[in-house]
Ligand binder design. Structure first.
Ligand code: RIB
Length: 296
């Protein structure tokens, strides 16, 4: 396997408390949970694990509290270098995740250590990054523009997965990013908030995920690429977007062309939604390649 450019994941690490329910609760409704698990999550951790499982060399920058050391160890176990993970006085970020029988979810987030992390150690760690490497980030931590600016100044390709979506957060990192990833609803919201067509945003590449409708790649100066989703029995959609993002950047970091990288990410996400969990459901490279070779 060809070792690609290193990926720096700057992002959240959460303790996910996952409940299985018949349906997602309405306001004022009390529901019984059929199943309860505690596991590694956080969009940042999920994306770093997805990229590492897909074959990339990944260094994660982020933070946990003393209660989250196990989460850091789990990430290490998936092959993510966590030397840049700080331990803060604040509790580890956590998510209460409710998954219904169709695999749809609703998530309540507490930022905790993800918002208490210190900027200077993260900037210090980035000093060993080389031009041509990737920074993959999302919207669940403090210091996003600062880290994006520092990475761009060092010649890294900065990829922003705009989740949880906030037009203001996208605007703050826009001058520093070369790729923006979001879903279809978010791309509409961004166009409305900025009064700009997606094609006119000052970002080289925009990737829009459309769930069961597939995903599209829009790069300035080249034709759009559309990749259909794969038919799959959905068990749990938690972390599907994270899986797509991590696998896509893993493929790009190896110099794979855009159509092939999009197919690779599509296969990865198809495998991920067919299993329960977020980080724990990320497929290995061998699994992704096996599905791709079956015509996925
Ligand atoms: O994208 C899924 C993730 O969102 C979960 O793992 C949860 O921690 C939240 O960050």
């Amino acid at each position: 396997m060809k070792q690609g450019a290193r990926i720096w994941g700057f992002g959240s690490i959460n303790i996910d408390h996952v409940h299985k329910l018949d349906h997602l609760p309405a306001a004022g409704e009390t529901l019984a949970s059929h199943d309860y698990r505690v596991q590694l999550g956080g969009k940042g951790a999920n994306q770093s694990v997805a990229a590492a499982r897909a074959g990339a060399k990944v260094c994660h920058l982020g933070a946990v509290g003393a209660d989250g050391l196990t989460m850091r160890d789990v990430m290490e176990g998936y092959g993510v270098d966590c030397g840049g993970v700080q331990v803060t006085d604040a509790a580890t970020g956590h998510a209460i995740i409710m998954v219904d029988r169709s695999g749809e979810n609703a998530i309540l987030l507490h930022g905790g250590a993800n918002h208490a992390l210190a900027l200077d150690p993260a900037l210090e760690a980035l000093k060993s990054a080389q031009a041509g490497e990737y920074l993959l980030m999302q919207n669940e931590t403090a210091w996003q523009p600062e880290i994006a600016a520092a990475a761009a100044a060092r010649g890294l390709k900065v990829v922003y997965s705009a989740a949880p979506f906030s037009p203001g957060a996208v605007q703050a990192v826009m001058p520093f990013i070369s790729m923006l990833m979001m879903n279809e609803v978010e791309s509409q919201q961004l166009q409305e908030a900025l009064g700009t067509e997606i094609a006119d945003l000052p970002v080289q590449t925009i990737v829009v995920t459309r769930g069961a409708q597939g995903a599209s790649w829009h790069a300035k100066g080249s034709a759009d690429i559309f990749v259909p989703a794969l038919p799959v029995q959905v068990l749990d959609t938690t972390g599907a977007g994270d899986c797509f993002a991590g696998a896509l950047v893993a493929a790009l970091s190896e110099g794979v062309d855009a159509p092939a990288a999009m197919r690779f990410a599509t296969c990865a996400a198809a495998l991920q939604v067919s299993r329960a969990g977020a980080a724990s459901a990320m497929p290995t490279r061998a699994e992704i390649e096996a599905l791709a070779s079956e015509g996925g």
